[in-house]
Write a protein that binds this ligand. Structure first.
Ligand SMILES: Nc1ncnc2c1ncn2[C@@H]1O[C@H](COP(=O)(O)OP(=O)(O)OP(=O)(O)O)[C@@H](O)[C@H]1O
Ligand SMILES: [Mg+2]
Length: 233
């Protein structure tokens, strides 16, 4: 992780601001560093955990200057709103050679198609392309999706009775997808799905994780899906 640029460190800290568990991981990682490097890293990360909105405001400035609104800095992508369209720039693809970018487009398309197949209309359609970066003179891989006004699902609150059948249906279908394709809907990320103004369940982060990747996000997603699946029983 030490070869990240300051910009990448800032985004990583911002993404981790909501996750005490990931913050512990960074602390453990920094424990290997010299006392001075540890002081600087932990101090900077600590500042960002404490002031995520200010950090977001600073990081989003170059986009604002171009008249674009940053919706979120996700783990993998920067989600930008341009009118009724959302552009999700896969940050890691900025430094990729063209053949690797095309491979990434294929991989994202493959995973998204699985979500569409198993989840149907709950999965908000998305197209992946290599595009010109909105800020620099480079190409990047991006997802293009319609903007959806939705209320993110709060996994800490007990869901209202009228929402339980669709949560249950969504979870059951996701579990079938996992059993048949080893791809797991990313319900572990905050704000990845929720309910639109007509109370339809909408999944905007349509890229499932690979169950074989293992780790805490997979365990958490599996636990949440199993809990949701029985809500309507
Ligand atoms: N179509 C959309 N309409 C409205 N908001 C959206 C849309 N797509 C994404 N967002 C918002 O932007 C955030 C980041 O997008 P997304 O989850 O797709 O990216 P990500 O990098 O895969 O995120 P992560 O891996 O952190 O979950 C979402 O959690 C959601 O809050
Ligand atoms: Mg997400």
């Amino acid at each position: 992780m030490s070869n990240l640029t300051p910009y990448e460190h800032a985004i990583r800290a911002l993404v981790y601001a909501e996750s005490p568990e990931k913050q512990q991981r960074v602390l453990a990682e920094n424990a290997q560093k010299s006392p001075l490097a540890r002081l600087v890293h932990n101090g900077a990360y600590g500042f960002i955990y404490r002031y995520p909105e200010l950090t977001m405001h600073i990081l989003a400035k170059p986009y604002r200057d171009q008249g674009l609104e940053v919706i979120a800095f996700g783990r993998n992508s920067t989600a930008i709103r341009d009118g009724e369209t959302v552009l999700k720039i896969a940050r890691a693809s900025e430094r990729m050679p063209a053949p690797e970018q095309r491979k990434l487009v294929d991989e994202l398309t493959y995973r998204h198609d699985a979500s569409m197949t198993y989840l149907g209309a709950m999965c908000i359609d998305q197209k992946f392309e290599v595009i010109e970066h909105p800020l620099h003179n480079t190409t990047v891989v991006a997802g293009v999706q319609s903007f959806v006004d939705f209320e993110p699902f709060d996994s800490h609150a007990w869901p209202a009775a009228d929402k339980r059948p669709s949560l249950s249906d969504f979870a059951e279908k996701s579990l079938v997808m996992e059993a048949e394709t080893h791809l797991m809907t990313d319900v572990s990320g905050t704000n990845n799905f929720g309910f639109d103004n007509d109370d339809n369940l909408v999944l905007v982060d349509t890229i499932p994780m690979k169950s074989s990747d293992g780790g805490p996000s997979i365990d958490m997603a599996r636990r949440m899906l199993n809990e949701m699946a029985v809500l309507a029983r």
